[in-house]
Design a protein. Sequence first.
Lengths: 192, 792
Amino acid sequence: MPHAGEPQAWVLEAVEAYEAPLSRYARHLLDDFDLAADAVQHAFVTLCCESRERLEGRVAPWLFRVCRNRALDHLRRAGREHTLGDGPPTGAHADGPVTAVADDPAMLAERADLAALLRGLLADLPAAQRETIDLWCEGLTYRQIAEVTGRQEGHVRVLAHRGLTSLRGHPRVRSLVTHERTRVADAPASTS
Amino acid sequence: MTDRQPPADASLPTPDDRWDATEERAALLTAHALGQLDAADRSAVERLLADPDARRVVEETRVVAEALRATRRLDAAPPSTDLRRAVVAALARATGPAPGEVADRPPATVPGTPRARRHLGWLTLSGALAASLLVGLVATRESPSVLSEREVALPRSSSTGQPAAKRIAATDGLPALRERPVGDISGSGLAADANGVAQARAGGEPAEKAATAPGPGRRNAADIAKSAPPAPAHDLSVAMPATAERQRGLLRDGADADRFARKAATAVDRLGEPVDEALERGVREQFGVARPADARGDMPSGERYATFFENRFRSTADAPLSTFSIDVDTASYALVRRFLSAGQLPPPDAVRLEELLNYFSYADPAPAGDDPISVTVEAATCPWRPGHRLVRVGLRGRDVPRAERPAGNLVFLVDVSGSMADDDKLPLVKQGLTMLVEELDENDRVAIVTYAGDAGLRLPSTSGAEKGAILAAIESLTSGGGTHGSAGIELAYAQAAEHFVRGGVNRVILATDGDLNVGITDDRALANLITAKAAGGTFLTVLGVGSGNLQDEKLETIAAHGNGIYAYLDGAREARKVLVEQLTGSTITIAKDVKIQVEFNPAVVASWRQLGYENRLMAARDFRDDTKDAGDIGAGHAVTALYEVALVGEADDQSGGEPLKYAAPGEPRREPAAAAGTELLTVKLRFKRPDGDTSTLREVPLAERGGDFTAASADLRFAAAVAGFGMLLRTSEHAGDATWGWVAATASKALGADAGGWRTEFLDLVRRAESLAPRVGPPGVTPSPRPMPLTR
């Protein structure tokens, strides 16, 4: 393993490891490729000035955190900071199950599989829920997500739960999941 | 996402921030499904899972969660080059000086890349930011100026070994290191020779003795030791055991730097972009914005200047040898002039000190007798840092009278792409060629091949006596037309081969504004072709013209491959200088593979810094390796190198290491020989005759006898002014006390004969630069952004 005598290589390794996760995360936060690229770059450039020892074992949450702060700056500048609050969702629907996109049969018909479907649904979740799920998807633990977002861990747990429940509750998801369960578990599925 | 709602204050609790016990329990199940359950909650979940519905929920949640993770694939985006550039640049900025900068880099850092300018950026990266903290140095050398000027002709040395078939640079260096027997470096001689002081004591060239010794131990241990640090990591296992503690540090740091360089190279390279290009731009962008707003205008789009970092001070104890290949290019000066004439400061990376220095001719004595090259060395107080000495090494190639000029076999390979239409491009090239043709006679032959436009053989090889035909062909050159640049360079070389003049000047002269669509698209294949042709006796000269598309670095690199020069034509005057006045120089190679090795006497010199030549440094061991390619020198050419030297006893520590004693603890102390006591350094020069494979050695020692700057030769003073000019343009941290005013005053008092008025023109450029330069001091460092602290 590299040590203090190799002071810079770890940053490049971090770029290789976390560029894609950070980019996805930032794009979801900002809905803007250029601003997202800026936030990601900011995180890595800032990392260059950091001591490796200080960040030992928590480079990932640190990067997400710095990236997030930068993204919030962008949102604030654009008057969109509420989109990352814990408040109402960003979409037209306020709470509960996601409906807007999912109810569009034409769009649904184009979704070939569950992942593609979920991707669309995820975008319509309340921002805080979506962010939590995004971070989990990128491999962060609840504790790390709490660290990144500045929320209590219990709050993170609830946000993830709400997001997952909304997604799981969507009728289209339900049918696919049921099918999946049938296939995977090789057992009859309950549809209720 | 758009603003469909009024901004909400995110800090206020909202209903979403609250949850009840039921939801809390359900959230535990989700956490379980997501693998995020705390040990503390495990038992609670066990109880909940007694309910089949809960188990179903967990199972479905898992399926959804897995699918969610899979959505990431749908968001895949290619790795960002911009990001890597920015990070690489930020690292360069953040790293600062690293201990144990490596000595005498072997040419190939990134295996498989040609030597020349691409490596240096990374290698000297850590050293680049080592500010020279020269304060409070004693400047009391008031003794009368005594310049030591001496030429020593030694017998031609025996060959270092195999017949020197030129090897392609891309394969240089690394194999040799790998193949070297362990015994070579683990021998007891290593420790004694490791820092090379023994060589200084001996005064001669022990390296030579080692080199001529039979058997596998031929390779000099000192050089191997010094070349080990830059070697790739896989060499460490071999090199490590035999070295002293101090060198181990060097080795490790060197290897780390190397590993880092290669990692960075890989990071960028895998994006399909040439490493140096990406690095170059990354670093330039970052450093560029850090500069204060000044007259450095936008870079014309498409122009490329390779980033490099200036040489820094090296401790003589650690690195007594400075080895470099000569460089007779002058393009940088013409580029600087173009920028300044256009009212802009040049980008710092376009300013190469050695090319500025070598633009001018100096009054060094012509070589005596049969020698093709003379060596002149002198020293004086360093004007920008009075406690230091400034050393000038001057080479001068033998002049070849017009009448003795060998027959020329010239093939012009002219870019006629649409972009060449500007007045300062194809018309300028045609003007220069016309002037050149006037100088030719019936012994010479000229052919013209065009590429990248209306391509093809425009003039088959024609006798220089048929000026009318040649001029008509030149006149008919027009830019534009179809772009099928195939076979351009091969056709040119075929023309050259068809009329190859044994003992004559066989040269392809490529004129372009940057499009290198010469028929071979792969850079390495192109370099290989040029190298192979040069080995066969057909050299390459590259003429760069115009602005906006100039591939400065690339042109210089390919010229280096072709044993040729790279010149930038910024006007008719320069075209005349390059094509006509230097015709007898640039086209007649009087010595090839010219290498210089300066050995500093650690008894006198504490540390040293070479000005310029960053892209021409060689590994010390390559000095004697006749298979290692180096620059060529033409008739009448002059080469000037400058060193700034800190003397022992002038309590500074430029190298950043431990106090400079002749030997560090743990290393055998050497008693300086009496002769070494007063000598600053010895310049060793190696060169081959144009048709030879074996190098010849010359040595010229320089005694330290004080000498005030004002009493130095006009050439040294003028060269110092040019170096100061370059350092100021680069906003170099090594510029010391140098100011524009000092440069102008010094140069104006050192014009000498100035045939051609080039030095006078320099004065004008200095004034222009001064008026454009920012009034503020050196660029401030932009504070690095700090992240919000993490709460834990």
